[in-house]
Design a protein around this ligand. Structure first.
Ligand code: FAD
Ligand code: SIN
Length: 527
């Protein structure tokens, strides 16, 4: 007998959406978070969720904008699948109690973001993710069929084959998890497992992503035999606050959507006109490269983003969270510009899934930022990410429910073996290697790339990979060691993917191949 019917790794938008749909269908579900429940990117989302909700807009417009931003690498079938399900997903969230902002006519208040041809973003002021997370968590806590397991760090997927004693390959039947409270490794089994462990932003020195975005889900699925695709497409957000104390506070794209202007901090020039006719509302990759170019060309620390011309009432009403945060840092955004820099923001690539969230490993599904579903292509359109979490969380749950009778019971699983490892007396190594990876990923695998820089990164990751694997084989696991092992794995996947793309497309921009190839082809890595 398994411990649960379904195990879900991740309590973000994707994980909790799947959990609630499965629980409503009577399945006993356990949902793991490696720290507190809301420790992922979902709580941090600001701008909102994209959906066609006004008469002047259409699914075709949203599909077209997604594919233009994605530089043609998107899977059109999947884009259509997601876009058409967006209005129903928003309604489900509203029914769960998410207090979306409404306009004076009582309809949704829609804001605008880069790359969108229409106002299309439903939001809760400038803290949409927090409101969504509260509603999902509350529903999960109250549901009898959901067991929430915070502080449980998944280490690796449990695999096996019926008829083969203690096999370590084959179908996925759960995970080994490090329980932070007891310090023990537990074996958790289930008939189906959903990987919803979020992205890998913390492979980079500067990132808007939370501390836990170390690519654990991508690395675990890769080690379990799943294909991983399009990892070179790391999205850099153009406007992260530049502040020496607060290193990763996002200034939402909706600030530009509502009229925010980017200016050179010394000359005051509105520089986006030099880069794109859509100015500040060009897709993110273009605006991030423009900011990066201005900063590098003139040796600046940052550029300015100015929304003060919209007046204090408008600014405070639309961006209360940002206003409060920045006033606390001595910046009054109603009367002065905000210093901003680009920073890593989103992982477009990930574990390959089909329309039902199925991965290559039998019994393993995946949803959310951990995946490459085909929605985003070479660059994610703003506010399409939470949407993907809701649509694929639901799709994976539906498929598990439909195929329930065909999913085999877990087999006997070998317990975690610590007989050949000892406690580490060299933990400083972990911090050192972690810092080194994040620095060279930023410098060599960043917004603008060259083959030489990528090769440098590859040489370093080869050395560090060996060092980390030796360390992992010798010492008892700790949460930091688990994350470092995954970080190295994912950095390696990013570098290999970037080296194999011999063109510039979307977020992958290399000076050695500045042109875009005629045919758009995914970078698929096979374990
Ligand atoms: P997350 O919400 O990141 O959750 C990951 C979960 O996995 C966490 O519970 C974590 O504890 C768990 N986990 C990870 N590793 C392990 C492990 N080893 N063991 C156990 N558990 C594990 N997108 C939009 O569409 N609109 C926005 O406005 C928007 N704003 C954003 C603002 C910021 C600052 C950031 C960083 C991102 C933003 N995004 C936005 C992107 C979006 O928030 C994320 O892509 C999305 O929330 C990802 O949800 P998820 O469920 O896939 O993962
Ligand atoms: C933002 O609010 O700028 C982030 C939106 C997103 O990442 O989709």
């Amino acid at each position: 007998m398994s411990d649960y019917d379904v195990l879900i790794i991740g309590t973000g938008a994707a994980g909790l959406t799947a959990a609630l749909a499965l629980a409503d269908a009577g399945k006993k579900v356990a949902v793991l978070a490696k720290g507190k429940l809301g420790g992922g990117a979902t709580e941090w989302a600001q701008g909102g969720i994209a959906a066609v909700l006004e008469d002047e807009d259409s699914f075709d417009n949203h599909i077209g904008d997604t594919i233009v931003a994605g530089a043609g690498l998107n899977d059109p079938d999947i884009v259509e699948f997601v876009v058409e399900r967006a209005p129903a997903a928003i309604q489900r969230l509203a029914d769960l109690g998410v207090p979306f902002n409404l306009g004076s006519d009582g309809d949704w208040h829609l804001t605008r973001e880069g790359g969108h041809s229409h106002r299309r973003i439903v939001h809760v002021h400038d803290a949409t993710g927090w409101a969504v997370a509260q509603a999902l968590e509350k529903a999960a806590v109250l549901h009898d069929n959901v067991t929430l397991l915070p502080n449980m760090v998944a280490i690796d997927l449990v695999q096996g084959k019926h008829g083969v004693e203690f096999s370590t390959s084959g179908s996925v039947y759960g995970v080994y998890g490090y329980n932070r409270e007891s310090g023990e490794v537990e074996t958790l089994t289930a008939r189906a497992t959903v990987m919803a462990a979020g992205g890998a932003g913390r492979t980079y020195q500067f990132s808007t992503a939370p501390r836990g975005a170390t690519g654990d889900g991508i690395a675990m699925a890769w080690r379990a035999g799943c294909r991983v695709a399009n990892m070179e497409f790391m999205q850099f957000h153009p406007t992260c606050l530049y502040n020496l104390e607060v290193k990763n506070f996002l200034i939402t794209e909706a600030v530009r959507g509502e009229g925010g202007i980017l200016r050179h901090p010394e000359t005051g020039e509105r520089f986006m006109a030099k880069y794109d006719e859509r100015l500040e509302l060009a897709p993110r990759d273009i605006v991030a490269r423009a900011n990066d170019a201005e900063i590098k060309r003139d040796g600046l620390d940052y550029v300015h983003l100015d929304i003060s011309h919209r007046g204090p009432d408008f600014v405070k009403q639309h961006f209360p969270n940002i206003y409060e945060k920045l006033i606390g840092l001595g910046i009054d955004i109603t009367s002065e510009p905000i210093p901003v820099v680009p920073a890593q923001h989103y992982t477009c690539g990930g574990v390959v899934v089909d329309k039902h969230g199925r991965t290559d490993a039998p019994g393993l599904y995946a949803a959310g930022e951990v995946t490459m579903s085909g929605l985003h292509g070479a660059n994610r359109l703003a506010s399409n990410s939470l949407l993907e979490c809701f649509v694929f969380g639901e799709a994976a749950a539906d498929h598990i429910i439909q195929c329930w009778d065909k999913l085999p019971e877990p087999i006997a699983i070998r317990d975690w073996d610590e007989s050949r490892v000892t406690d580490s007396d060299e933990e400083v190594v972990i911090q050192q290697v972690w810092g080194e990876i994040r620095r060279f990923m930023w410098n060599f695998v960043g917004i603008v790339r060259t083959t030489k820089r990528l090769e440098r990164a590859r040489n370093r990751i080869d050395l560090l990979r060996k060092e980390v694997n030796d360390y992992y084989g010798s010492f008892r696991v700790t949460p930091d060691l688990i994350e470092l092992r995954n970080l190295v794995e994912v950095a390696d996947l990013i570098i290999r993917s970037a080296l194999s793309r011999k063109e510039s497309r979307g977020l992958h921009y290399t000076l050695d191949y500045p042109e875009t190839a005629e045919e758009a082809v995914d970078t698929v890595l096979v374990p």
